[in-house]
Design a protein around this ligand. Structure first.
Ligand code: DP6
Length: 379
């Protein structure tokens, strides 16, 4: 069956039903990366990936399916006082103000509303959420538009996995609000359709996304981890990245002569990473984690035109981590689609490693993140 199996009966959204749910999800950082899709529509990756779900970096999202009597533009809360209008990659110059948000600026074909951190969204981010909600409406047999309100503790689009926590929280909140009772695997498959990495944020701790070959076989599952790990984030830039990971992975796949080599190496990287985890060997894990991420960035840099997320401070941070190893610390770098560097280390050493990094990287924001839990519906 292509899709999510509803455990509960599909139901119409009625006036007296509770059509609203709130869910909270944490970001995850991949140790073995996902970079490239074998199937764009279904978000089937070219490689399996492995990640750690982290505490601290989270998204809380409320989804309310509106009944027929409520109008979207006029519904209370749809545009609460103080909300701004965010104009995104749809082509605006970003200068939209609250007064631009008249009801007729909301697309007829996309009648949902989306507010992220108090900013009403238009254009591509709203369209992406609406398309995702369509998957849920289809399965639940409802047609109601939704009001989606989201709060993040993750800087948006800065390569800190905001789309992972965002779509994991959205999948859980929206499916519950629509009356669907989904298993963890079904939720993971659903979240994957919103953003690939989101399928891993359904679970806490160490998580493997099995690439699979179709919708039913591509999902994440928890992996037992005998080590207590931590990730230290060196925040080099909280600005929205110059190119989305979606676009950058597409360009890398299409034009980089190094991409096939990275994909080939990735299967072996995964085997080595899982063996290192099972043996509680942090150095063996760290070595393959750092190599896998640098290989992914090498493949991006070889794209035409090149995708370079690195800033000068990125190199300084990567060197600082190598220097820590020379001084006997087990600390290993990884990077995603952005300039920030994340450092894998043992939870017990995290304070010490962070303090050594602060000494070497003065003025940089350096935060420790421990293991976080999976998605949960909170209301
Ligand atoms: C570099 O999950 O954001 O963080 O599926 O197109 O939404 P889409 O991509 P996304 O890509 C994440 C890429 C990465 C590596 C990873 O998290 O595995």
């Amino acid at each position: 069956m292509d899709g999510i199996e509803a455990k509960g009966p599909a139901r119409a959204i009625g006036r007296n039903a509770s059509n609203s749910a709130t869910a909270c999800a944490h970001a995850n950082i991949a140790l073995i990366k996902y970079w490239g899709k074998a199937d764009e529509g279904l978000v089937i990756p070219t490689t399996s990936s492995l990640s750690l779900t982290l505490d601290g970096l989270s998204t809380q999202t409320t989804v309310e399916f509106l009944d027929g009597d409520e109008t979207l533009a006029g519904g209370d809360g749809a545009r609460a006082d103080g909300d701004e209008v965010r104009a995104d990659a749809a082509g605006s110059d970003g200068s939209a103000t609250k007064s631009d948000a008249t009801p007729d600026t909301i697309s007829d074909t996309v009648p949902d509303t989306l507010t992220i951190d108090g900013v009403l969204q238009h254009g591509t981010s709203l369209a992406r959420v609406s398309r995702f909600l369509d998957l849920i409406r289809e399965r639940a047999g409802i047609a109601a538009p939704a009001r989606v309100t989201s709060r993040n503790t993750v800087p948006f689009g800065a390569g800190l996995a905001s789309s992972a926590s965002a779509f994991a929280a959205l999948a859980a909140a929206a499916s519950r609000a629509a009356g669907l009772e989904l298993s963890g695997r079904e939720l993971s498959r659903l979240a994957r359709r919103g953003s690939g990495s989101a399928c891993r944020s359904i679970y806490g701790g160490l998580v493997k996304w099995n690439a699979g070959h179709d919708d039913a076989t591509s999902y994440a599952q928890p992996v037992e981890c005998p080590m207590d790990l931590a990730i230290i984030v060196i925040l080099i830039s909280a600005k929205e990245k110059p190119m989305s990971s979606r676009e950058a992975m597409r360009l890398t796949m299409r034009t980089s002569p190094l991409y096939p080599a990275w994909v080939r190496a990735s299967a072996d990287d995964m085997t080595r990473a899982l063996a290192a985890v099972a043996a509680s060997n942090l150095d063996a894990l760290g070595e393959v984690v750092e190599a896998n991420a640098l290989g992914m960035h090498a493949s991006m840099m070889a794209a035409r035109p090149a995708v370079i997320y690195w800033l000068p401070q990125t190199i300084t941070a990567l060197s600082a981590v190598r220097d820590l190893r020379k001084h006997g610390y087990s600390a290993w770098s990884t990077m995603d689609a952005g300039a920030n560097v994340k450092v894998l280390t043992a939870a017990a050493d995290a304070e010490q490693v962070a303090s050594e990094l602060r000494d070497r990287l003065p003025g940089q924001t350096i935060e420790i993140h421990h293991i976080g839990s999976g998605v949960r519906v909170v209301e």
